[in-house]
Design a protein around this ligand. Structure first.
Ligand code: SF4
Length: 322
């Protein structure tokens, strides 16, 4: 019998945790298939299939699942609740497996293991062992696969901290695109599934590179440092993991990069948490007199309009520093 093929969507958690799952499945010799990079057709399909009120990335997730569902034996949509013991994922992430299961008929089985590092029952290790056992592997094989996942994830996070930009593809073996080094530094902040998806970000990373801009992203700040900068008021921090990541790296850049020229916040239309994140960053950047630009992406945003805004933003910064 052929080994089962497991489908993974190239969006949302893909840009944050794919190396872990890739290492895990590879170690067990299980074949994974990742959906193609985002295209207009994938986004259009997602817009058609998802609830109208969903944010753009959730619609996109539907589009990626639609392209995978006839090609694989299983769809892998883990319910990631918490990994760092401090913050949880946005509720839309937690509902993903259910949203998909109840929106499509004739789906391959959905693997929706729960990962919640706050309790032993659903910790990443225990859930990994359960997943290995689901495919008929022993605890020892599951443990080795977990260790390989952690090894690749650490490798990936080190690369990100060195400036690796995983545009469209997470590749720890031969990572391609690294941020240029330049004295013109701009922080491009936003969720990894917006910043690193070349279709969704309307090629803004390419544009900044062509203009010799050094791009700082949230993932370049190691977790222990971000953790130190996370509390934003009265020792409170944001509940949602990716929002917390954006805000804590923003605070870090503001206080530790003296030649920071500006901040661009890439945000998705329909994102609830970003209403808070955007406002806090705008106020804090204003107080420090750091130019700040919000770019909201929706399914109708065009590359030309976005490039014009970024061009005008860069010109304004250059005029200011003359
Ligand atoms: S954080 Fe925002 S963009 Fe991301 S899934 Fe939640 S609502 Fe959507």
């Amino acid at each position: 019998m052929n080994a089962p093929v497991i489908g993974i969507a190239r969006t949302l958690n893909y840009y944050a945790y794919y190396p872990f799952w890739q290492g895990f499945f590879d170690s067990l010799n299980l074949k994974t298939v990742v959906s193609s990079p985002t295209t207009k057709e994938i986004l259009d399909q997602g817009v058609k299939d998802a609830l109208a009120e969903a944010c753009l990335p959730i619609k996109l997730f539907f589009g990626h699942i639609a392209t995978l569902k006839t090609k694989v034996d299983y769809l892998f949509i883990p319910r990631i609740v918490n990994l760092n013991r401090k913050t949880v994922y946005c509720p839309k992430f937690l509902g993903l497996p259910d949203m998909i299961k109840y929106s499509y008929e004739n789906l391959p089985p959905v693997i929706d293991i729960r990962v919640d590092n706050r309790n032993l029952k659903d910790s990443l290790l225990i859930s990994s062992l359960k997943l290995a056992s689901f495919f008929g592997f022993s605890k020892l094989q599951g443990f080795k696969a977990y260790r390989e996942g952690i090894r690749r994830q650490n490798l990936y996070e080190n690369l990100l901290q060195k400036g690796y930009l995983p545009v469209n593809e997470v590749n720890v073996n031969s990572p391609k695109l690294f941020s240029v080094k330049s004295s013109f530094k701009i922080a491009l902040l936003g969720y990894p599934y917006l910043v690193y998806d070349n279709y969704v970000n309307l090629k803004i990373l390419e544009f900044l590179h062509k203009n010799n801009v050094q791009v700082l992203t949230a993932e370049q700040v190691p977790w222990p440092i971000r953790n130190k900068y996370a509390p934003f008021t009265n020792k409170k921090r944001l509940f949602w993991t990716f929002s917390d990541r954006v805000l804590s790296s923003f605070q870090y850049f503001l206080k530790n990069v003296p030649d920071l020229k500006g901040i661009i916040h890439l945000t998705a239309f329909g994102c609830g948490p970003d209403f808070i994140v955007d406002r806090i960053m705008e106020i804090d950047a204003g107080e420090q007199q750091i130019p700040y630009l919000t770019l909201t992406i929706d399914e109708h945003t065009g590359e030309a309009g976005l490039v014009t805004r970024v061009e005008a933003f860069l010109d304004m910064i250059k005029r200011k520093s003359r």
